[in-house]
Design a protein around this ligand. Structure first.
Ligand code: SAM
Length: 248
């Protein structure tokens, strides 16, 4: 499991508020605020979604294995620190059950091996109340990306604070047989009067539709729905997301 370096955590909200929140924020906010009783976000990261659910009075908890990410999440004003827990989806024992657990923005893709995926589904099930739901998303594999990869491509070009640029360039090296994209993200930014840079390399596992169905079938959960976007659309050619809802 690759750690999130400090610079990735620091720039995470600037980048994904722009690149991701218009896609999934409204959906997960609804999931987190409409459940009865306590809810849990696993892989809570910097609290991109957590903070707004908390502001909307959700009885929410979050777990993440990255201290750098949690450190940012804990700086949000008004967040009770004990709600943000350092832990791993595969081993957590929170001593508490939740009516809904979510794993937004490809958290599940960080679980590279089948064994880890099944363990995580089992551990998550043990934290759900009866009839509780687990909601997560992973990307629909793009055939070209997953076979040919991606040459270094600028995917963020902006400012992280007044007058200080931030650029990110991403490349992908595919391992089709193991269903893993080896992603490399090169960050360049301006800080304290100088140009800085850092690289993060990590494996991202991808899943096919029927694999997800079989995976959930082998877990204690049952599949409620499998959608192709965050608006409730079905799976069709061109769908970019698998949005999965399963139930205990
Ligand atoms: C792409 S970020 C998503 C963060 C947040 N859910 C969001 O939507 O902005 C993935 C997060 O999952 C966390 N993560 C990856 N593997 C994990 C594991 N086994 N247990 C707990 N957290 C994990 C990472 O540390 C990271 O913060």
């Amino acid at each position: 499991m690759s750690a999130y370096p400090d610079f990735v955590a620091r720039f995470y909200n600037v980048i994904y508020d722009r690149l991701r929140s218009s896609v999934d924020h409204a959906y997960y906010l609804k999931q987190l605020t409409s459940a009865e009783g306590p809810v849990l976000e696993v892989g809570v990261g910097t609290g991109r979604l957590f903070k707004d659910a908390w502001s909307a009075n959700a009885d929410i908890y979050g777990v993440d294995l990255s201290e750098a990410m949690l450190k940012i999440a804990r700086t949000q004003p008004g967040i009770e620190p004990h709600r943000l827990i350092s832990g791993d989806i595969r081993t957590m024992q929170l001593g508490k059950s939740f009516s809904r657990i979510v794993a937004p923005f490809r958290v599940f893709g960080h679980l590279v091996s089948l064994e880890d995926q099944l363990i995580a589904l089992d551990v998550i099930s043990r934290h759900l109340t009866k009839n509780g739901t687990f909601v997560f998303d992973v990307f629909v594999p793009d055939a070209v990306l997953c076979t040919k990869g991606l040459e270094p491509t600028l995917d963020f070009d902006g400012f992280w604070t007044d007058g200080c640029y931030l650029r990110r360039t991403t490349s992908v090296c595919p391992d089709y047989l193991n269903q893993i994209n080896h992603v490399s993200m090169q960050y360049e930014w301006y800080e304290n009067g100088r140009d800085c840079s850092g690289t993060r390399d990590f494996p991202m596992r991808y899943f096919f539709r029927y694999e997800l169905e079989h995976l959930i079938g082998r877990s204690p959960l049952t599949l409620d729905s499998l959608n192709g976007d965050f608006e409730g659309g079905g799976l069709e050619t061109g769908s970019k997301e698998f949005v999965v809802v399963c139930r205990l």
